[in-house]
Design a binder for this molecule. Structure first.
Ligand SMILES: [Mg+2]
Length: 315
């Protein structure tokens, strides 16, 4: 199973933010048995922890020196990496106006100091349950129901993320596009139910060719798969593609409609790039797709590859 699908079985992570030690201690005592607790005494530290540990819920003091709770909340909601972390404001000021401002900023709830332990516990539990359900729904929405690998939506999301990472770190990013050869004939000959089984088997074989947790295999369309390999140069990606091809052939799935032997095979196109802001991420997919068509025209069951040109050739 891919790492992004595993819903955590461990204790939920709770971040307590307050500039008064005593307030943190009260909350700590309340939740230390049921939660893994992280603590911050100012806004900067809170932002840092949100990025590094991705808490499931933040209890955020509003009144703090430096970055106050509202500003911390605003920044968390503005960052795609932290915008889904639910925030409950904890404040001494219980005016309606404060509450409205907090909710406007994207907080899920409001707790007034001095806290009532039973109420705080109930609210925190409610929001932790909602967060867990949300995480499950979010990962299901990114899943291809038939093959169990990621779907195209997940691929596009990760491509955008990896693209920015490649720009930032000046690291190569590779994409492999994979297509099952003569798949329409397979369906015509063996029927759609067997076609589905074939897709599942091929997805499994492709997935076995990738090892690192941040590599992603997705079903891109009907019989087409796409693989995203961050931090990977062209030659490394070609090796993965060759392994995918070999894994599929090793399945020895009978395919009498194929013109290149009696078993199911795949054609693969590989492209790599060091990303920059002047090109769109989709250009990398198009280049890999172009290489895939090359592989098809050259006789299928093979890998074609090339770097995506990122600047115009010299005159
Ligand atoms: Mg305070």
């Amino acid at each position: 199973m891919q790492h992004w699908l595993t819903v955590s079985q461990t204790k939920p992570k709770l971040l307590l933010v307050d500039d008064q030690r005593v307030n943190i201690l009260v909350l700590y005592e309340l939740f230390r048995v049921d939660c893994e607790i992280f603590m911050a005494m100012d806004g900067e530290q809170a932002l840092q922890l949100c990025r590094t540990v991705s808490p499931d819920l933040v209890l955020l003091d509003v009144c703090m020196d430096g970055l106050d709770g509202h500003e911390v909340c605003r920044r968390l909601k503005a960052d795609p990496q932290t915008q889904n972390i639910p925030i409950i404001f904890v404040t001494g000021r219980g005016s309606e106006e404060d509450e409205v401002r907090g909710l406007d900023l994207g907080a899920v709830d409001f707790i007034v100091k001095p806290i009532n332990p039973a109420i705080v516990r109930a609210r925190v539990n409610t929001h932790l349950t909602l967060k867990r359900q949300n995480d499950i729904l979010r990962s299901l929405a990114m899943l291809d129901g038939l093959t169990g690998v990621a779907n195209r939506r997940k691929f596009d999301e990760e491509l955008a993320r990896s693209w920015l990472q490649s720009v930032r770190e000046q690291a190569q990013l590779s994409v492999i596009m994979i297509d099952i050869d003569y798949f329409k004939r397979y369906n015509d000959h063996y029927g759609h139910l067997n076609g589905d089984s074939c897709l599942q088997a091929v997805a499994g074989a492709l997935e076995q060719a990738i090892n690192r947790p941040y590599d992603l295999l997705a079903r891109y369309g009907g019989e087409e798969f796409a693989c995203l390999l961050p931090n990977t140069q062209l030659n490394g990606a070609v090796m993965v593609a060759e392994r995918m091809s070999a894994n599929v052939q090793a399945l020895q799935l009978e395919h009498l409609g194929s013109e290149i032997g009696q078993f199911v095979t795949v054609s693969l196109g590989v492209a790599a790039v060091t990303a920059n802001h002047s090109i769109a991420p989709q250009a990398l997919v198009q280049e890999a797709d172009r290489r895939l068509y090359q592989a098809k025209h050259a006789g299928r069951a093979q890998v074609c590859f090339g770097n995506l040109a990122t600047s115009l050739p010299a005159e």
